[in-house]
Design a protein around this ligand. Structure first.
Ligand code: TXE
Length: 479
């Protein structure tokens, strides 16, 4: 299954004529090729996006909205096909792609297609001497670069607001999971989106992603991925004064107080630890448990985790699918080894799983729970991004906040307590951009989404995303 770049409404081969292998992680085998694009392909995409900008930006919000709603409906119409493609490309259970990834991609388009019908801007009335109005206008060609963990979900989370606000787009999905992004091109054509409004370039981050980052005619960049890559992008973009939205890594605390609703907490904590094989930047990888219930939690949690079915993504009973690639599996395994070296005890998991038949060479790892580590050790400070969590007891609010806030990250946190005052107090002190109390991954797309510290810069979601992709002018008129 070979895929091509999507430029000016057409599927085309890479300028350099070279290709990269695309792996099926559940089978551990190459199953297609993707363009090994370079700056020439990016230039063609920028030319197309620039040519399309006058048409697209001069449309009314209503006209753009109608086309983006059709894209949303197009995703819905092809949901089974897109979910199967996503699961095959990423290794995640088909059920997860069907229930979460693709519906969210559909909703991303629907949300921003309607947000632009309700957005407004300000006036500041100076009475006799005049008044000001705030004008928000699309800027031009937006660069959108996205990761492999939630491929279409995060790809569209950037593209939809960029397009809705009237910009045209040059987008690069991860080279590890390119297929659903490639299919989006057809859906946009079928929705009547003018050629060149959305351009999709495939290839290596250091080549194609860098070319997008460096391009002088791409004045704004929205990136989701690793913190190290975010630093590389920022180093290039900052002196060019590009607008930057960076959604980076996390090492999220899951803080469990003894007064929580234990059963509700336990059920959700299995999810927040291992959903998508733990490959979600919002997963709670550091679990802090108030000491009176530490043993009770440990026993119940380990029992549940050890029962999770590690299997082929197409199997309905699978809870844990394949990790996205062999290099990533090896990276996660290296952290399990490090945890033992740092004095940790593996309570369950830690080893690979070999399935039968066609899946026998897939990248499978048993979900892993580790206790007995210092909160300051590398295992507890660095992002692992796999099905690995650590357990740490605590005695006081002050102690757990100190441990929770001890990493360089600040993306998401989960707090379990039945004490409302405690929830507000701890929620306002934990250094995370996103805080869930007695729940996890409950999402309202109007809310500001993003992290602090090394988890990124800026916020996505709601009108924040539309304002990121527009330039603001204040016009003051003397009466
Ligand atoms: O991200 P990368 P990857 C974390 C997680 C993971 C690590 C690396 O720890 O192990 O990041 O994952 C493109 N200039 N997260 O490899 O490398 C790349 O091609 C421009 C958290 O996915 O950052 C891809 O399209 N672009 C994250 C995208 O950047 C470059 C989710 C992400 O790749 C580039 C995924 C460059 N120099 C991983 N180098 C989250 N916050 O959700 C790479 N890219």
């Amino acid at each position: 299954m070979d895929i091509q770049n999507f430029i000016n409404g057409q599927y085309v081969d890479p300028a350099g004529g070279t290709w990269l292998d695309n792996y099926d992680p559940s089978r551990g085998k190459v199953y297609g090729r993707i363009p090994d694009s370079d700056e020439r392909d990016v230039q063609k995409a920028v030319d197309a996006a620039k040519a399309a900008f006058p048409i697209w930006s001069s449309m009314s919000a209503q006209q753009r909205s109608e086309i983006l709603i059709k894209v949303s409906k197009g995703i819905e119409a092809r949901l089974p096909e897109l979910a199967a493609a996503e699961s095959r490309d990423n290794g995640k259970p088909l059920k997860l792609a069907t229930r979460v990834d693709i519906p969210r991609a559909r909703d991303n388009f629907a949300f921003f297609a309607t947000a632009i019908l309700h957005d407004s801007s300000d006036t500041h009335d100076m009475g006799e001497s005049g008044f000001n109005y705030t004008l928000r206008r699309p800027i031009g060609v937006a660069g959108c670069i996205s990761p492999w963990n939630l491929p279409l979900y995060l790809f569209t989370w950037k593209i939809a607001p960029a397009l809705a606000s009237g910009n045209t787009v040059v987008a690069k999905p991860s080279e590890v999971t390119p297929v659903t992004a490639a299919l989006l091109g057809e859906i946009c054509n079928e929705a009547g989106m003018p050629a060149g409004v959305l351009n999709i370039i495939h290839g290596l981050g250091g080549k194609v992603g860098a070319a997008i980052t460096e391009h002088p005619e791409i004045p704004m960049l929205s990136f989701t991925g690793g913190t190290v890559t975010g630093q590389t992008i920022a180093r290039t973009a900052a002196p060019m004064f590009k607008k930057l939205s960076l959604e980076l890594g996390g090492k999220n605390p899951n803080i469990i107080f003894a007064d929580c609703d234990f059963d509700e907490m336990l059920k959700t904590t299995v999810q927040s630890s291992f959903a998508n094989q733990g490959q979600i930047c919002l997963c709670g990888s550091r679990i802090f448990i108030e000491r009176p219930i530490y043993e009770k939690f440990k026993e119940a949690f380990v029992e549940r985790v050890s029962q999770l079915t590690v299997g082929a993504p197409t199997d309905d009973n699978t809870k844990i699918g394949a990790l996205v690639s062999m290099p990533h599996l090896e990276k996660v395994e290296s952290y399990i080894k490090l945890a033992e070296e740092e004095g940790g005890t593996i309570l369950t998991g830690g080893e690979r799983v070999q399935l039968e038949g066609e899946f026998s060479e897939g990248y499978y790892l048993r979900p892993t729970v580790i206790e007995g580590l210092e909160y300051t050790c590398r295992t507890n400070q660095e992002e692992i991004f796999g099905p690995v969590v650590t357990l740490t007891p605590f005695d006081t609010e002050e102690e757990v906040l100190n441990m929770a806030n001890s990493t360089s990250y600040g993306l998401a946190a989960t707090i379990w307590t039945s004490d409302l005052k405690k929830a507000h107090r701890v929620g306002s002190k934990v250094e995370s951009g996103i805080v869930w109390v007695n729940c996890w991954l409950v999402r309202d797309l109007r809310t500001p989404f993003g992290g602090m510290k090394n988890s990124g810069v800026g916020r996505e979601g709601g009108f924040e995303a539309l304002h990121f992709f527009t330039e603001t002018r204040n016009i003051c008129i003397k009466l």
